[in-house]
Each structure stands twice: as C-alpha cells, then as structure tokens.
Design a protein around this ligand. Structure first.
Ligand code: TA6
Length: 294
C-alpha cells in the first residue's frame, strides 16, 4: 500500500488481529501491534520517512557496519536504501514457518559498490506468527565472483515502546562484559542484577544469551527478545540532553522508548564467496507476572 511521500510500505495482518508494517525504505519495520491493536514499537513523532535520513524508530537494520566504527556512515547504509520485494526467495527453514510474511531484498547499487566494494544479496523476511510474535530473519550471501571475502557488523536496532524508562528492567545481561560507548568504548563488567535506567545508556554487551527480557512495570508486560546468530546486544537510551540534540526525536520521547538491539559487533562476520550468514530475532510479549524465571 502507499505510504508517506509515495514510498511503499507493506502491511501484514494475521488471523488473530496482530499486524506489522514494513517500509521498503530501509526494509524497516515501523509498526508491530498485538492482537489487541496495541503498538509495541516506538517511532518518534518527528521521524522522517524519506531518504537520506533513516526513520527514527521501529527496527532499523544496521548493515554493513554497526555504529561509527568503520569507514561508512553511522550504522551503514542498508537503512537508507529502498529495498525491493523479493519475488523469488530461496526456501526458508521450517523454523520461520508462518503464513504471514513479506520477503525483501537489497543488492548493492553502483553507488553503493563505490563506498563498499562487495557483491552481496541481503534477503530479509519479516513474519508474524499466529498470535503475533514478530520474526525477522536476515540472510546475507557473498555473491562476488572475484574470490574476495568480506566482513561486516550488524544489528536489528529495535526501539521498544515502553510506559516509563524509570520503571523498566532488562534481564539477561547481568554480570556480562560490555563496551561503554559513553566512555570511549572502554570494557566493563555489568553488575549482578537486572539493569535499570536513570541516565543516558549506550552499551554493547558481549556474548549475550539467546533470550533477553524487557519488563515494562506499568503495563505489566514483558518483551522477550530471542535471537540466533547475533551474539551481542546493544542497550541505548539517549536521555534528555542527547534527545534534545536529535532533530528527529521529541525532547521527552526518551521516557517512552528503549533500544535493545540483537547484534554482531565485537566479532565481525566474514563471508567467503558463496557463503551465507543468517541472523534472526523473534519478539514476543508475556504478562510480566509470569516472566521471572522463564
Ligand atoms: O545503538 C546505539 C547507537 O549506536 C547510539 O550510539 C546512537 O547513536 C544510536 O545508535 C542512534 O544512532 P542513529 O544513527 O540512528 O541516530
């Protein structure tokens, strides 16, 4: 269907009423609603839905570079490109079985090849499971014929919609090492209990578990992020000062969002010609009272 500024977006609806929206611009999920029609993702009221700015919110795809550690623009360029509908996807493994999905594909333009001289096919499947779990599967293949391998870093930069940042806990990252982006990426070890928030946070947790829980106290809702092929996890909230410095972010919006990002950063992924990498994240929600100990 037609989205803002003539850019297309795809709306997925599954039988029990959950839905998702995916912009071809950036291959970006910008909405994920549960069966009650409640929006689970944060998109800034000041988001810009057209090139060259990435849409502020939803699930930006950071590829072929996470962050600014490299030669490309921050978070690479996949989120700033218009993707195509993939009409001929290779078969997906059974575990992404769902009958409500869209397949998108991104291949390098001549311009892209100048800034990142590698041939690849990036296939993204966005799927809704019956009942509304949201599944993103990325498959990136090195299609070069010159025998050259390439390396990349990657993240699903997911913006969760939350009631109040001061009443959120993240479970699953306790005692792990992390690189602190606010302290020259110095390495620290996280303390032993759930993470809470009272100021700007920008941390890359290393070698994290496949399941991370984000507990929204007020909504009595827990987001569960399950991931595969993505060993790291970024946790980011800009807080007030950084929020004010972002033109496409409302001054107070930091109170109602938290980024928890399944990622591969510390150890870049290297693909030889013909090799394919798969990175998957699955988002679900459970009532908080049942979450602890799961
Ligand atoms: O994921 C955290 C982070 O790397 C922060 O450092 C902050 O820059 C955030 O991403 C947003 O980046 P963006 O380029 O989308 O403004």
């Amino acid at each position: 269907c037609k989205g803002i500024n003539g850019l297309d977006k795809v709306v997925l609806r599954e039988a029990r009423g959950s839905s998702a929206e995916v912009y071809l611009y950036g291959g970006q999920v910008t909405s994920w609603k549960n069966i009650h029609g409640e929006e689970m993702l944060f998109v800034s009221s000041k988001a810009i839905f057209k090139p060259p700015k990435a849409i502020r919110g939803g699930i930006p795809i950071c590829f072929p570079q996470f962050g600014s550690h490299g030669t490309l623009e921050e978070h690479g360029f996949a989120r700033n490109r218009v993707w195509s509908i993939d009409t001929n996807p290779p078969p997906f493994p059974a575990n992404s079985a769902s009958n409500t999905f869209i397949d998108l594909i991104l291949k390098p333009s001549d311009e892209d090849f100048k800034i990142w001289p590698h041939s690849y096919e990036f296939r993204l499947r966005v799927a809704l499971a019956p009942g509304g779990d949201l599944m993103l599967t990325s498959r990136i293949r090195n299609t070069s014929t010159d025998g050259k391998p390439f390396s990349f870093t990657f993240a699903y930069h997911t913006y969760f919609s939350i009631s109040d940042i001061s009443e959120v806990r993240v479970e699953g990252l306790e005692t792990l090492d992390y690189l602190d982006n606010l302290k020259e990426k110095e390495r620290f070890t996280e303390q032993g209990d759930a993470i809470t928030f009272e100021s700007e946070v920008d941390k890359i947790y290393l070698s994290t578990p496949t399941k991370i829980a984000i507990l929204d106290h007020e909504k009595k809702r827990t987001f569960v992020l399950r991931k595969d092929g993505l060993p790291d996890a970024v946790v980011w909230n800009p807080w007030d000062r950084k929020a004010k410095a972002l033109a496409d972010f409302g001054d107070d919006e930091y109170k109602h969002m938290l980024c928890v990002e399944a990622a591969a950063i510390e150890k870049p992924i290297t693909l030889k010609p013909g090799e394919e990498w798969k990175g998957r994240q699955e988002l679900s929600t459970v009532p908080s009272s049942y979450c602890s100990g799961q």
